[in-house]
Design a protein around this ligand. Structure first.
Ligand SMILES: [Zn+2]
Ligand SMILES: [Zn+2]
Length: 372
């Protein structure tokens, strides 16, 4: 038999107060707890010793007897009170000590129904640039888990379908003992809920939730960017046992536009300008994203690639307060085929500029071959 000096076992002085004893005990119990020292028989016997010591020193009558008569005095029942060791008080004390140790892996509170948040869902919608410009409501049907309408999530058929768990008598926790140590853990039969379903709901077979197709109308704000993710709070799967619903995330994709290229808030439009128009100057009109067209001036001598800015005819900022610009980029258009009159004029131009012109047929054939 190991030492019976309980003060020495707990490492406290003989005049230690209850708090000091409790704190010393907790530290040692943590250190030598069987779960942390599996297969270590020495730790196991130390664990028993410190529990024995604590049981005595934390109970005033026993401590008094122990101080007067020593451990033998207690064993003989000299105190006249409860002889030996009883698990009950110890169990309560362990109750909250082991709660901390055990709850780490279980995620459950003491006897409370363990609710769980529903899963987040992700969907994608594709919209046009015009829709991104003005904002749009997109109809979308998603598959998600919803709270069963029949049982309102309880999983039971009516109120009588739920019964108090017979294993834990509704507390959600069970105690078991090993030697004289009492342990407490979530009830394995009801999963810590304290109740069981005796008659499951027909609609959801007791799950409390059901897969459903949910038709939604997703509001996409004006100015949305390609790849933007919108969050619909609570739009995901329903939670379990009254837990919050998850969220629905919607990623916005912009369809390619035939006219406009988007650069942040600005839109770029490639404008075909005839050679003579670029040389002489003039006016043309270009489409705008909000419908219709807008006139722009082509100054004489405009070069290929020149960009004209039309203020505030681009995309709105998210929220719509500021608007970007429309950038009109000049693409010089060289005629593919010339009428005889046009050819005459171009030849004259060339002559003035001092260029030698090629005979028509030969070159035309050659370029046709290359350029298609
Ligand atoms: Zn149901
Ligand atoms: Zn139970």
């Amino acid at each position: 038999m190991a030492s019976n000096d309980y003060y020495r076992i707990l490492g406290v002085p003989r005049n230690a107060g209850p708090d000091e004893i409790k704190s010393a005990y907790r530290k040692l119990a943590m250190k030598h707890h069987p779960d942390r020292n599996q297969g270590n028989t020495e730790s196991e016997s130390v664990f028993k010793e410190i529990n024995e010591a604590y049981e005595v020193l934390s109970t005033p009558e026993k401590r008094q007897v122990y101080d007067q008569f020593g451990a033998d005095g207690l064993k003989a029942g000299a105190g006249g009170g409860r002889g030996g060791f009883q698990g009950a008080d110890l169990g309560d004390m362990f109750g909250d000590l082991f709660e901390n140790l055990f709850s780490q892996g279980q995620g459950g509170g003491r006897g409370k129904p363990r609710s769980r948040r529903g899963a987040d869902l992700k969907e994608e919608v594709e919209i046009t640039l015009e829709e991104a410009f003005s904002g749009v409501k997109v109809p979308l049907t998603i598959e998600r888990t919803e709270v069963c309408g029949e049982c309102e999530g309880t999983g039971a058929r009516g109120k009588s379908g739920i019964k108090k768990c017979p294993t834990c008598h509704g507390t959600g926790r069970v105690q078991y003992s090993q030697g004289f140590f009492a342990f407490s853990q979530a009830c394995p039969d009801c999963g810590g809920q304290g109740e069981i379903i005796s008659s499951p709901c027909k609609a959801c077979a007791g799950a409390g939730r059901q897969k459903k197709s949910a038709p939604l109308n997703i509001k996409i704000p004006a100015g949305v960017e390609e790849g933007a993710v919108l969050r619909v709070s609570g739009g995901g799967d329903a939670g379990l046992r009254g837990g919050d619903s998850g969220d629905l995330y919607i990623q916005v994709r912009l369809r390619h536009h035939s006219h406009f290229e988007r650069h942040g808030r600005d839109l770029v439009y490639d404008c075909q300008v005839a050679v003579w128009q670029a040389a002489l100057g003039g006016e043309t009109d270009v489409p705008v994203i909000d419908g219709g067209r807008v006139k722009i001036k082509i100054p004489q001598g405009t070069q290929h690639g020149k960009v004209f800015r039309v203020h505030e005819r681009g995309m709105p900022s998210p929220g719509g307060k500021v608007r970007g610009d429309l950038l009109v980029r000049v693409k010089l258009e060289v005629p593919h085929d010339l009428t005889p009159r046009q050819r005459e004029l171009f030849e004259e131009l060339a002559k003035i500029a001092g260029h030698e012109t090629a005979p028509e047929d030969k070159d035309k054939g050659f370029f046709k071959k290359i350029l298609g």
